[in-house]
Structure formats: structure tokens, C-alpha cells
Design a protein around this ligand. Structure first.
Ligand SMILES: Cc1cc2nc3c(=O)[nH]c(=O)nc-3n(C[C@H](O)[C@H](O)[C@H](O)COP(=O)(O)OP(=O)(O)OC[C@H]3O[C@@H](n4cnc5c(N)ncnc54)[C@H](O)[C@@H]3O)c2cc1C
Length: 519
């Protein structure tokens, strides 16, 4: 564990009490007695300005997203003195402010609306067809959720004594972070270690002008003023399929355009094909294997010119969502000046160190791996643990990912396509939700669980599924994979009846013994 120098300990006491930078400067010139008085007086001062000008920290984190805030809290819990610098004005990063959380809030609202309109009758509930959507109220609910959760992190910072510095951080020395404070002025932080966790931003098609009104990224799509009548979603990945579903459910005529001949790249192709069929039944249209030539706003409309096999087509809509991926955000960090190596993202070694050993990088901004909030968190925890003399580690073979459409699509590990491409001997077991009793009671029989295991050792290599609560069901298989389970191990586990998780148990039986019981 890192020991705090005496001077740092003294400062720590004061920062926990929330002294503003100006106060701190004043205190330096003030006799101790008066200073103590000031401490009491300023105890309600802005928490965001808690760090003092000459503070030395064991760890300064730049970025308050899932990587940064979780890393800061974990390091503080392990006894380190920590500051977290965030310029957004609210903690939680992309995930809580303009990513995972607001998108799931909109998916939840629109799911209930769609369900009422389309499925209540079959459940014996009358009147569902007549429900209407209050767009403004839905957005307000979403904003309430975001505010509640982001404020919650401020509370966690206070509880764990992490100093929250509101401003833009720049690395100005191996042990120095200079913060351009949002409130004006600047603040220098001394850092034994620095963790870069500045995340990512939407990557857009070159030449396309994003106005976040008619031509929007995911950020704009999460706050549209009204439901567009016609919408094009460019990009058939996670974000495009989720936000395309949101607007399709509330009445938009949504066309998803993708540059390859399938959706949800990375998901097992059999599962992805089933997903496309389901989404098509729900009203989404797909134009796949097409090249986008231009996206141009013309008044209140947007013209999207696409080309497939040499044939050009112009699609005119009200709103275009660009969901063509995200890129690491590295601007203004001082990487060039410091000689920190980066390409598309920041270069790191297996301990998340940059080429300057006490400067780390984690989450979306670092390395080459999926951009996921839970992965960002785990990486930051590993760094915090290593700094505290423990052995932080992330198991990249068992990182789940979920698409929160209805039904949900979830996967961990290799797909059947991966195993084929890599010539790895495997066996596969499948079980459809059509044959699952809980899915029958809930009239949600769409979907399948696929479990791939090594044909020699039976070790589970991957699980890909679509089905009700797949995003939760995947957790069981993540545990199995993390513990190196075989498909037989999973097959012999007792699953609650009637439950969706029985489909996982049945797929495991199909993998281990060649046959499921109920199919
Ligand atoms: C619409 C959408 C839906 C998503 N859904 C999911 C999902 O369901 N599940 C999932 O796992 N992932 C999801 N993601 C991805 C997820 O949001 C990211 O993987 C995750 O937020 C990455 O965390 P991070 O901490 O690395 O970066 P970020 O969350 O991007 O946080 C970085 C923070 O650093 C701050 N920052 C940048 N530079 C500076 C600086 N110089 N000084 C101070 N602060 C700075 C930024 O303001 C930002 O708040 C979604 C993303 C989007 C856009």
C-alpha cells in the first residue's frame, strides 16, 4: 500500500472538508487558529473545488466516466489519496450522461408503450391499443434517471473521500496535472500516478455535418425534441439497433443502413440473423451491404445517397442518426508534449501503463478492445489494485456484451463463426425459447441460446443468445466461463422452474450430451 507523506496527510484532512482553492491560498497566510475557524465555515463549500492548489495525490484520474470514477473510488477504498478531474460538469461519463443509461431509459419507456399497443390484447388486457406516448414526459423521466445516478456518484466520491475537481485536465509533467477549472482559473495537482480515463466520442462520416438536430449522433438522438416521421440510422451495430428500436416503437419509419451484409457484427451470425428477422417483424427496415455516399440536410429534410452494387438511391428522411462507431478521446491531454505514445488510442502494456510508467490509461481511450462500460470499470479497478500493491487482473475472455433490444441479445466469448474461422475444434448445443415454459407463459418465445464448447475438453468457449432477459441470463455463463467450466458443469446445474434460465441449462445439455430434454 502507498504511504502518504506527512504533508499530504495534512492536506487530506482539509480537502475532505471541502475547502475552495481561494480559501486554501488564504489559509496559507493565516494563523492556524483562524484557519481552523475557516475550515468549519467553509465546510459547505463547493465539493467540486475541494482539492487545494499544492495538493499531492497518490493518484490523479483524468475523466469521471465508468473507468475514471470507479478507478478513483476503488483506489480511495484501498487507502490511496485520490483526485478525479472531470470537465463535463457531471460525473458518470458517456455511460451515465449520454450513453448506456439514457438509452436504456428510452428503451424501457418505449418497450412498455409498444407492448401495451401490440401485446396487451393477447394477454387479456383491453385498452392497450389506445395508449399514447408523451414524448416530453418520456425525455423528462430519462433526464431524472440520469441526474439521480450522476448525483449518486458525487455522493460516492464524498463517502470515499475522492476529491472531485471540475475542469479540463492536462498532463503537464510526469507528476503534474494542470486543470483549467470550469469555474475559471486553473489548478495544479501533484500526482504520484496519473490515470487517463478520457473515454471516447462518436466517430462520424467525413464530410457529413452533424447539427445534432436533423443529422445527429447518439447524443442528439437521446434528446430529440419530437419523434421523426422518417428516420435513417447509419450503422447496424449496438447503438444503431437500440436507438433505431426506440424510435421505431413510437412510430418512426426507421431504415437501418449498414455497410456489410449483416447486422450486429461480433454476435454469432445465426443469432444476428434471428435478431434481424425479429426487428423486421417489429417494423424496422434494413438496407445492408450498401455504401453511404453523402448525407446532406436540405431545410427540414435530410437526403442520404447510398450505393449498392453500382446502383445509386436517394433516401429522404426527417432525421439521420450516425451510429458509425466511437473513437478514443485524447484531445488537449498533453500527450504529444509529454511524448506519450498513441495511435488510434493510447498505447498501453498489460498493466495499463503508457510508455511513462506512472501514467496509466484505461477504458475507451486505451488499447484495442470493445468499448464497454463494465470493461472500462474492471480495467480501472485493476490499476487501482496494482497501485495498492495487489494483483489487479481483467479476464478478457469472459467479457459479456448486450444489445438491449427486445428480445435482448447477449454474448460472451467466441461465436461459432469465430471458432470456424480460427479452425478450433468445437461442438455446439442450442435451445430455442419456443420450447421454454416461462417463455410460453409470457408469450415471449422468440430467441435461442447457443453454447459452444471445445470438442476435446468440453470447456465452454462462447455463449451467444437472443431471448427474454438475455442480458441477465448471460451473467450465469460469464461466471461459468470465468471459472473454466465445461458445458457438462453447466448442464448439471439445477435451474429454477419455470424460468428463462432453464433455456441456458437445456442448451448446455445439448452441448454436453448431444440432446436437450425439452426439444
Ligand atoms: C448511446 C450509447 C449507449 C451505450 N450503451 C452501453 C451499454 O449498454 N453497455 C455498455 O457497457 N456500454 C455502453 N456504451 C459505451 C459506454 O458508454 C462506454 O464504453 C463507457 O462510457 C466508457 O467509459 P470511459 O470511462 O472509458 O469513458 P467515458 O464514459 O467516455 O468517460 C470519459 C469522461 O472523461 C471526460 N474527459 C475527457 N477529457 C477530459 C479532460 N481532459 N479532463 C477532464 N475530463 C475529461 C469526459 O467528459 C467524460 O465524461 C454506450 C455508449 C453510447 C454512446
Amino acid at each position: 500500500m502507498l504511504r502518504q507523506p506527512k504533508a499530504a496527510k495534512a492536506v487530506n484532512k482539509t480537502t475532505a472538508r471541502g475547502i475552495t482553492t481561494a480559501r486554501k491560498v488564504a489559509m496559507k497566510k493565516t494563523p492556524v487558529k483562524t484557519a481552523k475557524k475557516s475550515i468549519v465555515k467553509t465546510s459547505k463549500a463547493s465539493f467540486s473545488a475541494a482539492a487545494a492548489a499544492s495538493d499531492e495525490y497518490d493518484l490523479v484520474v483524468i475523466g469521471g466516466g465508468p473507468a475514471g470514477y470507479v478507478g478513483a473510488i476503488k483506489a480511495a477504498q484501498l487507502g490511496l489519496k485520490v483526485a478525479c478531474v472531470e470537465n463535463r460538469g457531471s460525473l458518470g461519463g458517456t455511460c451515465l450522461n449520454v450513453g448506456c443509461i439514457p438509452s436504456k431509459a428510452l428503451l424501457n419507456s418505449t418497450h412498455h408503450y409498444y407492448d401495451a399497443k401490440n401485446h396487451f390484447k393477447s394477454l387479456g388486457i383491453e385498452g392497450g391499443e389506445g395508449v399514447s406516448m408523451n414524448h416530453e414526459a418520456m425525455m423528462k423521466t430519462k433526464e431524472g434517471v440520469v441526474t439521480g445516478l450522476t448525483k449518486g456518484i458525487e455522493g460516492l466520491f464524498k463517502k470515499n473521500k475522492v476529491a472531485y475537481v471540475v475542469g479540463k485536465g492536462k498532463i503537464t509533467g510526469t507528476n503534474d496535472v494542470t486543470v483549467a477549472l470550469n469555474a475559471g482559473g486553473s489548478q495544479s495537482l501533484k500526482a504520484k500516478n496519473i490515470m487517463i480515463a478520457t473515454g471516447s466520442e462518436p466517430s462520424v462520416i467525413p464530410g457529413v455535418v452533424v447539427d445534432e438536430e436533423r443529422i445527429v449522433t447518439s447524443t442528439g438522438a437521446l434528446s430529440l425534441k419530437a419523434v421523426p416521421k422518417r428516420m435513417v440510422v447509419i450503422g447496424a451495430g449496438v447503438i444503431g439497433l437500440e436507438l433505431g428500436s426506440v424510435y421505431s416503437r413510437v412510430g418512426s419509419d426507421v431504415t437501418v443502413i449498414g455497410n456489410v451484409n449483416r447486422i450486429a457484427v461480433g454476435v454469432d451470425s445465426e443469432v444476428a440473423t434471428a435478431m434481424q428477422k425479429t426487428l423486421t417483424k417489429q417494423g424496422l427496415k434494413f438496407k445492408l451491404g450498401v455504401a453511404v455516399q453523402s448525407v446532406v440536410r436540405k431545410g427540414d429534410e435530410v437526403e442520404v445517397t447510398i450505393n449498392k452494387d453500382g446502383a445509386t438511391e436517394v433516401v429522404t428522411v426527417d432525421t439521420v442518426l450516425l451510429s458509425t462507431g466511437r473513437k478514443p478521446f485524447m484531445q488537449g491531454l498533453g500527450l504529444e508534449e509529454m511524448g506519450i505514445k498513441f495511435g488510434r488510442s493510447i498505447d498501453i502494456n498489460e498493466h495499463y501503463q503508457t510508455n511513462i510508467p506512472n501514467i496509466y490509461a484505461v477504458g475507451d481511450v486505451a488499447g484495442n478492445k470493445p468499448m464497454l462500460a463494465h470493461l472500462a470499470e474492471e480495467e480501472a479497478i485493476a490499476v487501482a489494485e496494482n497501485l495498492a500493491g495487489k494483483h489487479g487482473h481483467v479476464d478478457y475472455n469472459s467479457v459479456p456484451s448486450v444489445i438491449y433490444t427486445n428480445p435482448e441479445v447477449a454474448c460472451v466469448g467466441a461465436s461459432e463463426d469465430d471458432l470456424k474461422a480460427q479452425n478450433i475444434p468445437y461442438k455446439v448445443g442450442k435451445f430455442p425459447f419456443l420450447a421454454n415454459s416461462r417463455a410460453a407463459t409470457n408469450l415471449s418465445k422468440d430467441g435461442i441460446v447457443k453454447i459452444m464448447a471445445c470438442s476435446k475438453t468440453d470447456k465452454i468457449l462462447g455463449v451467444h443468445m437472443m431471448g427474454p432477459t438475455a442480458g441477465e441470463l448471460i451473467a450465469e455463463t460469464v461466471i461459468a466461463m470465468a471459472f473454466g467450466a465445461s458445458s457438462e458443469d453447466l448442464a448439471r446445474i439445477c435451474h429454477p422452474h419455470p424460468g428463462f434460465s432453464e433455456a441456458v441449462g437445456e442448451a448446455a445439455k445439448a452441448t454436453a450430451f448431444g440432446k436437450a430434454i425439452h426439444f
